[in-house]
Design a protein around this ligand. Structure first.
Ligand code: DP6
Length: 416
């Protein structure tokens, strides 16, 4: 695995067609009060089992799911976690969450959640609310107690959100249990497979897991696939949906199949404004309509860059996306700023390096101060020199994480 840390001691195991732009005609649809309410939208799965058919089962499933980095950003949502514009990301290889769910019969259900071996009541409440919102679809949630144990490969408080990888891993576990319950109900106890690898993660399974992950955290729906992933409807990809993400397996130029992403950990503190609050502020943002139009225009542009391997065009597009995201934050009311002085200083260094060497090294930003340095695998040596000689001095504790495009989630058996 291509993963290196500047300071290993700081890194430990832990924790309609196109969606119409929001405008004055359709903005009444954007009702955030429905988030967390019971979910009723169409779902890529068969009908939920009637409660009386739920078999009394006990077992464990475990999945690993990656974090992802968006190149065309999701920023703004409506209704039940619907994206205001389509987004495209790639899944990471090194930054992953591993989640194990032990289930056993218990009338009324119940959830216990621990992160890195310690019960975490904050996350437990968020997960309980999430699972309560989908219990009509998964009625066995009221019949089983779930003990959920999760760990992250990246450090806690690194500024890297664990919600995408965490909710993706949990959604895969829930879908896995759902398969198990259905199969046992249909075929009797002999069909009960406690081994996670007894299940094939086919397209329908992944679509359903993506749909479920989205309800926990929007960007999580992209983390149930490997490689390049799109979430949100766009006519350029007729199979795309707002309800779940899809993987782009074909028409990806070889240079982009193992693209590097070195994450410069500029600032690790908890953000002053989280993503969910940031999305909400897009409701009143005067530039929202133009932004949603722009993101829709950029989808086919990025798809054609991914097919052609044009790295100059790639850099222009992804850096503009990163700066647009942060400009939208600054233009919100109230305004907020997540970049730090060292973010800007590092950006200047990257620009100077590019000018001097002509190498295709670009950056993108998440909703935080950390920089994702994006470059082709063949330039790893030169870029690592830049990082070790210069850029790591802008990072807190000189820490960074070496990552790249990953192949997506996997069932874990046995759970480690
Ligand atoms: C800037 O998925 O974290 O990373 O749906 O409220 O959980 P919620 O938000 P979240 O937002 C991610 C925003 C982003 C861009 C992106 O990943 O597309």
């Amino acid at each position: 695995m291509s993963c290196c840390f500047a300071h290993p001691q700081t890194i430990h195991r832990l924790d309609d067609l196109v969606q119409p732009p929001m405008n004055s005609e359709n903005k009444e649809k954007f009702d955030f009060s429905t988030v967390g309410a019971p979910v009723s939208e169409p779902h890529p799965q068969s009908e939920p089992l009637p409660l009386k058919e739920i078999p009394a089962l006990e077992g464990s499933v475990a999945w690993e799911a990656p974090s992802n980095i968006a190149l065309i950003k999701y920023w703004g949502k409506y209704g039940q976690q619907m994206p205001a514009n389509p987004s495209i990301s790639f899944s990471l290889k090194a930054c992953v969450s591993q989640t194990k769910v032990h289930f056993k019969p218990q009338s009324g259900g119940g959830v216990r959640f621990s992160l890195s071996g310690q019960q975490n009541l904050g996350f437990q409440t968020r997960i309980e609310n999430f699972l309560n919102s989908v219990e009509l679809r998964y009625p066995w949630l009221k019949e089983f107690a779930l003990d959920i144990e999760s760990t992250n490969s990246f450090p806690h408080s690194s500024g890297i959100a664990s919600s995408a990888s965490g909710f993706a891993a949990l959604a895969l576990c829930v879908e896995h249990i759902d398969q198990n319950v259905r199969l046992t109900a249909e075929q009797g106890p002999a069909a009960h497979h406690p081994e996670p690898t007894a299940y094939r993660a086919d397209a329908r399974f992944l679509n359903r897991a993506s749909h479920l992950a989205r309800l926990g955290s929007g960007s999580a729906c992209r983390s149930v696939y490997g490689g390049w992933v799109q979430w949100g409807m766009h006519p350029a990809t007729p199979e795309s949906r707002n309800e779940y993400a899809i993987a782009h397996q074909s028409a990806i130029h070889p240079v982009f199949t193992d693209y590097r992403d070195t994450i410069l950990l500029i600032h690790k503190a908890v953000k002053q404004t989280g993503s969910t609050a940031g999305h909400k502020l897009m409701e009143g943002n005067p530039y929202a309509d133009a932004r949603y139009r722009q993101a829709n225009e950029r989808i086919p542009r990025l798809l054609s860059i991914l097919a052609s391997g044009d790295l100059t065009e790639f850099g222009l597009l992804v850096e503009s996306e990163a700066l647009t995201l942060h400009a939208l934050m600054m233009a919100s009311d109230p305004s907020f700023m997540l970049m730090m002085p060292n973010t800007l200083a590092a950006i200047r260094e990257i620009q100077a390096f590019r000018k001097q060497t002509g190498l295709p090294v670009h950056y993108t930003l998440d909703a935080g101060a950390n920089l994702h340095l994006l470059y082709p695998a063949q330039h790893e040596t030169e870029v690592m020199s830049l990082i070790n000689n210069s850029l790591m001095h802008y990072c807190e504790n000189q820490a960074y994480i070496c990552d790249s495009v990953g192949t997506g989630p996997r069932p874990i058996n046995p759970f480690v």
